[in-house]
Ligand binder design. Structure first.
Ligand SMILES: NC(=O)c1ccc[n+]([C@@H]2O[C@H](COP(=O)([O-])OP(=O)(O)OC[C@H]3O[C@@H](n4cnc5c(N)ncnc54)[C@H](O)[C@@H]3O)[C@@H](O)[C@H]2O)c1
Length: 277
């Protein structure tokens, strides 16, 4: 269902990090922000340039692409210099970046490669700190702005296969709170959206993702939230309508986070137990 445009972001400018292909949550966010009148720079790591998919999104949303590794101070500083030259001070930042190196390489939590673990935390969480810090230092962020980072309930609860990424999301959400306090003085707000399992490149890189997806689908009263609805929710957080919301982890998960068990799952578990017995 195509969402109606409400011009909620008219006159606002920003940077959207993390659109890789049309499944990416950030891809949907870029489309929704554009629909609402926002203008932005798209950014992703230089290594994904070779995939050549981001150009299509840039064309569709009248954006430019600035390639930047979110773990590089120099790249982020240069990004701000170019982005503010084109768009002026920025009203919003979307951090939709994640990568679990041990998860991808199927290293169990008990046997993490610590170099990869550091890299996972750097890419998936510390990059948010870096992006905010350089934005402030370079005076690139406008008063009244909004920053959104994508998270997952693995920050609060253990999903065994999510492994190191649970630690990364816990750190990410902590940075949202720690910086939220400091950003408040400039009337800038920052929130994390804790999103349902979503079929994307990052999502599918997790072993057992399909089972996690099905479980969440069955447990959530509204079913799993898809990337397009996440994009609509993100728009509300970037808009002035949510100007007093900050430092929150906001669940966009069809109700999953408030559930214990559903009738459907109880019945299925009961049937399985009977088969086993
Ligand atoms: N897919 C899910 O099930 C799900 C659920 C909840 C939250 N999230 C979060 O949503 C966000 C977006 O992920 P997605 O599911 O759209 O997958 P995705 O793979 O499409 O997006 C992840 C992005 O991170 C980028 N990235 C990786 N390393 C980088 C670096 N060093 N510098 C800059 N960018 C880098 C990738 O190129 C990619 O564009 C992530 O934070 C992810 O953890 C995903």
């Amino acid at each position: 269902m195509a969402t109606k445009a409400y011009n909620l972001l008219e006159g606002k400018t920003g940077v959207i990090f993390g659109a890789l292909d049309e499944n990416s949550i950030a891809w949907h966010i870029a489309e929704a922000v554009y629909r609402e009148g926002g203008r932005f720079v798209l950014s992703n790591a230089p290594v994904v340039r070779r995939f050549g998919t981001l150009e299509a999104l840039a064309e569709k949303t009248e954006s430019i692409i600035i390639w930047a590794d979110a773990t590089s101070d120099d790249d982020i500083r240069s990004l701000y210099a170019e982005a503010t030259e084109r768009l002026g001070r920025l009203d919003f930042i979307v951090h939709s970046i994640g990568m679990g190196l041990n998860v991808r390489k199927k290293k169990e939590y008990e046997a993490l490669n610590y170099d990869w673990y550091h890299k996972t935390l750097d890419i998936s969480a510390i990059s948010l700190h870096r992006i905010v810090s350089h934005g402030l230092a370079l005076d690139a962020l406008a008063e009244g702005g909004s920053i959104v980072a994508l998270s997952y309930i693995g920050a609060q609860r253990t999903f065994s296969k999510y492994s190191e990424m649970g630690d990364a999301k816990a750190l990410l959400e902590s940075i949202v709170r720690s910086y939220g306090y400091r950003l408040g003085k400039r009337r800038i707000r920052i929130n994390a959206i804790s999103q349902s399992p979503t079929k994307t490149t990052a999502g599918s890189g997790i072993e057992g993702f399909d089972a996690m997806y099905d479980f969440a689908e069955k447990l959530s009263p509204l079913g799993n939230a898809d990337a397009a609805s996440c994009a609509d929710y993100t728009v509300t957080l970037l808009s002035d309508l949510t100007r007093m919301v900050t430092m929150q982890t906001l669940y966009h998960d069809g109700g999953f986070s408030s559930m214990g068990i559903s009738d459907e799952l109880v019945l299925q578990l009961h049937r399985l137990a009977q088969q086993d017995g």
